[in-house]
Write a protein that binds this ligand. Structure first.
Ligand code: BES
Ligand code: MN
Ligand code: ZN
Length: 505
């Protein structure tokens, strides 16, 4: 989908479909948003009259399609309900974009123009509306059907979308927002596709190849550590997780250096560490069978790191970021780690593995220790870490834990801005005693109470030298049920965070 921004009177835009907004309920005259009103004047009031028929439901995202409206160059006009004017906010914005996308799919429009300023949310500005209109449209038109031999229905293709401004000029900020949004959408798509790929395809080696491909395409630095490198370094925790698998483990390091060369310390402003379990059976502590297929999404943290780097490189962001991805499978088998095994982590601390299904923290702790060598200003790990986080926060907010409140605040602000929200959870010392072990420095599980907190507390023991935050995305990285599939979260948050650290608003 090609996106562009243009300043042009709405009635003159020669698109296949002109998309405009109206606030309902309301008297037909006042209902149309601003630029839409000028289109209505050109149409001699035809849009108002159509609304007055009462054919458009007030629910935000409902649509009304009109053909051959006199005075309007576009072939069709799609009026999208924005809901009540007083209640219009981000939620209604998203419903409206989704509704518009659904209707455009339905009519198979090849190209469309959307009066983006009419959709803007008070207090968020035009660049925000541009970014989120693009992301919303790309999300709605995303398809994952490469493994279906019969594609029914054939993929509807909206070739071009113009974000139309009734009045100029098209500001530099709006142009930058468009570029940022398209690159971010490319990153989200990559994360979604990696998540959706089956675990017999998306293996640790596949992720490493994907990282190498990104490195070639965007001139990134890449290094892949193999099992023997991990053995030499002493990554006993990571190695214990991969022990039952026939797939070789990888530790992927991908560097994007976009900050000005004059920036003396080349130390990255941000290190992103993503959990890359390409399939989580639970290991010897085997998971129950129901919905186990969803554990292919257990590499979503890794996917989001690759997606965020792709986005930042694609928009040439002025920031240095290093991505670190520990990736392997968690399988049972004769060589698999047993409950009761004690391993030595890269940090030197020993861990009694009481449950082999608490494997994410085991690969992350070694990767977090490894991140120290890059001296990053801040480290954020992203992991589908605990079912307990899904119980606590559902599918709306990702869990946020941090050993630095400034970093936590920055992540929360980036998440609000990207509408990819997080909720901070405690990381108090009081929880640490749940990780006590009779035989090693710590256990890898802390019992049922506060399961997402004790998982974070475990990681905190490996990040004392770092400014660190942890995002538990177990509830937000994918959807179950009929709409089963990867969401690409939290790529939008990560991109916004990196951009804000680069000084860009
Ligand atoms: N990948 C899972 C977490 C998960 C579970 C994500 C369900 C999404 C939905 C993780 O490796 C895991 O198995 N965690 C255990 C930890 C427990 C053994 C302490 C869990 O949450 O049950
Ligand atoms: Mn597990
Ligand atoms: Zn897992």
């Amino acid at each position: 989908m090609q996106f562009s921004i243009k300043a042009q009177s709405p009635e003159k835009i020669p698109a296949g479909c002109l998309v405009l907004g109206a606030h309902l309920p309301g008297d037909a005259g006042g209902a149309l948003a601003r630029a839409a009103q000028s289109a209505d004047r050109a149409a001699g009031g035809a849009l108002r009259r159509a609304l007055a028929q009462g054919d458009l439901s007030p629910k935000a995202g409902s649509t009304l399609l009109l053909h051959g409206v006199p005075g309007i160059a576009a072939k069709r006009v799609l009026i999208v309900s924005l809901g009540e004017r007083r209640e219009y906010g981000v939620a209604a914005f998203r419903d409206a974009i989704r509704g518009a996308a659904g209707a455009l799919k339905g009519i198979g429009a090849k190209d469309a123009a959307l009066l983006v300023a009419d959709f803007a949310v008070a207090g968020r500005g035009l660049p925000w509306a541009v970014r989120n209109a693009v992301l919303g449209m790309r999300e709605a038109f995303y398809r994952f059907d490469q493994l279906k031999t019969q594609k029914k229905p054939p993929a509807p293709a909206l070739g071009a979308l113009t974000l139309a401004l009734a009045t100029g000029p098209v500001t530099l900020q709006a142009q930058a927002a468009l570029k940022e949004a398209v690159a971010t959408a490319d990153g989200v798509d990559l994360a979604r596709t990696l998540g959706n790929l089956p675990p017999n395809v998306c293996t640790p080696s596949y992720l490493a190849d994907e990282a190498r491909k990104l490195a070639r395409q965007f001139k990134l630095g890449v290094e892949v550590l193999e099992r023997r490198d991990m053995e030499r370094l002493g990554m006993g925790a990571l190695l214990s997780v991969t022990a039952g698998s026939r797939q070789p483990p990888k530790l992927i390091v991908l560097r994007y250096d976009g900050a000005a060369k004059s920036k003396k310390p080349r130390a990255p402003q941000l290190a992103l560490v993503g959990k890359g379990i390409t399939f989580d059976t639970g290991g010897i502590s085997l998971k129950p069978g129901a919905e186990m297929d969803e554990m292919k999404f257990d590499m979503s943290g890794a996917g989001s790191v690759l997606g965020a780097l792709r986005a930042l490189a694609g928009m040439r962001a002025h920031v240095n970021v290093v991505g670190i991805i520990p990736t392997c499978e968690n399988m049972p088998g004769g060589a698999a780690t047993r409950p009761g095994d004690i391993v030595t982590t890269l940090s030197g601390q020993t861990v009694e593995i009481l449950n082999t299904d608490a494997e994410g923290r085991l690969i992350l702790c070694d990767a977090l220790t490894y991140s120290e060598r890059f001296s990053p200003e801040a480290v954020v790990d992203i992991a589908t870490l605990t079912g307990a986080c899904v119980i606590a926060l559902g599918h709306v907010a990702s869990g946020l834990f941090a050993n630095d409140q400034g970093l936590a605040d920055a992540i929360r602000a980036a998440g609000d801005d990207a509408w990819d929200r997080v909720w901070q959870m405690p990381l108090w010392e009081d929880y640490q005693e749940q990780l006590r072990s009779n035989f090693a420095d710590m256990a890898n599980i802390g019992g049922r109470p506060a399961g997402s907190v004790t998982a974070a507390c475990y990681l905190a023991r490996f990040t004392k030298k770092l400014k660190w935050a942890h995002l538990d995305v177990a509830g937000t990285a994918w959807k179950s049920g009929r709409e089963k599939g990867s969401t690409g979260r939290p790529v939008p948050l990560l991109v916004r965070l990196a951009l804000r650290r680069s000084g860009r608003k």
